[in-house]
Design a protein around this ligand. Structure first.
Ligand code: AMP
Ligand code: TRP
Length: 330
């Protein structure tokens, strides 16, 4: 049987944090071993919000190096830039013709971004359509993402179903692969909101490239709950539960066992160890990152190889799609 196909992407919007790692990239690394995987850098999605062009270039290379430093291997996965495969945009246009505008304007992420002051441009509104195209063009079976993307995944499934109903069986309906724990890492300064690179305060997140001192400092001042017990109870103890998830995921240890270990210990002791667990996990990734980012040409070469692999698959899908839609071939 052919291997199942997995597709996902991360936007190069700067300061990749441990939420992105635990919610998405950590899964990518596991999945590449078993499946046919396409992991890309969603640079076209990044420009839906204003970006400084020079910074965007650097952030794109930064994500490429981080993907590799976290353990993605070009021999096992197809690693590329979304903008290198214009077929994504062509399919997005075709999908946009079967998408009611009302459906897009009701999407949570769109509404949140506009409410927070982001320009309500057409790109931002059409964000889920391009994302559906990113996924469907490779005939993905599954898409590993954090929980915040589940509505977009539902949109992609609907788009596939609608296209198939109208033009004949073409796309699979991809399922979302959302981790049981780690799919929604909360902000360190506010455990009622997800950890986010665009948070008002840098104390909200721990960047993948953060220094040891900064990690220690940010964990030390992370918000805790009002009582003293180290217990996993997301509803009543959201702050400590979030820190327990981070500990468990970073150390590869069950939450129960971490809870037991800190049963009669203080928040201060727990936090001190948590910082060290994070540092232990991130430090080899950071070392590898430093090595990779020095060799820009090697990174570009890997992205070019990925582009060629991805393009072959994307072109094949588009030949079929154009024909089904009635666009005359050459
Ligand atoms: P983005 O940076 O928005 O492109 O997100 C890249 C990936 O990280 C997506 O799969 C997101 O769902 C995931 N992600 C972003 N923030 C978090 C978070 N706080 N917790 C878990 N996953 C997240
Ligand atoms: N929208 C995703 C995010 O913000 C990034 C993304 C773009 C993506 N295209 C995708 C994720 C396709 C999975 C599949 O996190």
């Amino acid at each position: 049987m052919a291997k199942e196909i997995i597709v996902s992407g991360v936007r190069p919007t700067g300061n990749l944090h441990i939420g992105n790692y635990l919610g998405a990239i950590k899964q990518f690394v596991e999945l590449q071993k078993k499946y046919k995987t396409y992991f890309f850098i969603a640079d076209l999605h990044a420009i839906n919000e204003p970006q400084d062009p020079k910074k965007l270039e650097n952030q794109t290379l930064e994500i490429a190096a981080l993907y590799l430093a976290c353990g993605l291997e070009p021999a096992n996965t197809t690693l590329f830039l979304q903008s290198h495969i214009p077929e994504h945009l062509e399919l997005a246009h075709i999908l946009s013709t079967i998408t009611p505008v009302g459906e897009l304007s009701r999407m949570t992420q769109y509404k949140d971004k506009v409410a927070s002051g982001k320009p309500a441009n057409l790109g931002l509104l059409a964000y889920p359509v391009l994302m559906a195209a990113d996924i469907l063009i490779y005939n993905a079976d599954a898409v590993p993402v954090g929980e915040d993307q589940s509505q977009h995944l539902e949109f992609a499934r609907t788009a596939a179903r609608k296209f198939n109903a109208r033009f004949g069986e073409t796309f699979k309906e991809p399922k979302a692969l959302i981790q049981k724990e780690g799919a929604r890492i909360m902000g360190l300064d506010n455990p009622s909101k997800k950890m986010s690179k665009s948070a008002a305060s840098a104390n909200n997140y721990i960047g993948m490239l953060e220094s040891e001192e900064e990690i220690r400092r940010k964990i030390k001042i992370a918000v805790t709950d009002s009582d003293k017990e180290i217990k996993f109870e997301p509803k009543t103890k959201p702050a400590i539960s979030n820190l327990l998830i981070i500990y468990s995921q970073m150390a590869g240890e069950e939450i129960k066992s971490v809870e037991n270990k800190y049963k009669n210990k203080s928040y201060a002791e727990f936090k001190k160890d948590l910082a060290e667990v994070i540092i232990k996990k991130l430090s080899p990734i950071q070392k590898e990152y430093m090595r990779l980012i020095e060799n820009k040409n090697d990174l570009l070469k890997i992205l070019k190889q990925g582009k060629e692999e991805a393009q072959t698959a994307a072109r094949a899908t588009m030949i079929d799609v154009r024909k089904k839609v009635g666009l005359l071939g050459e």
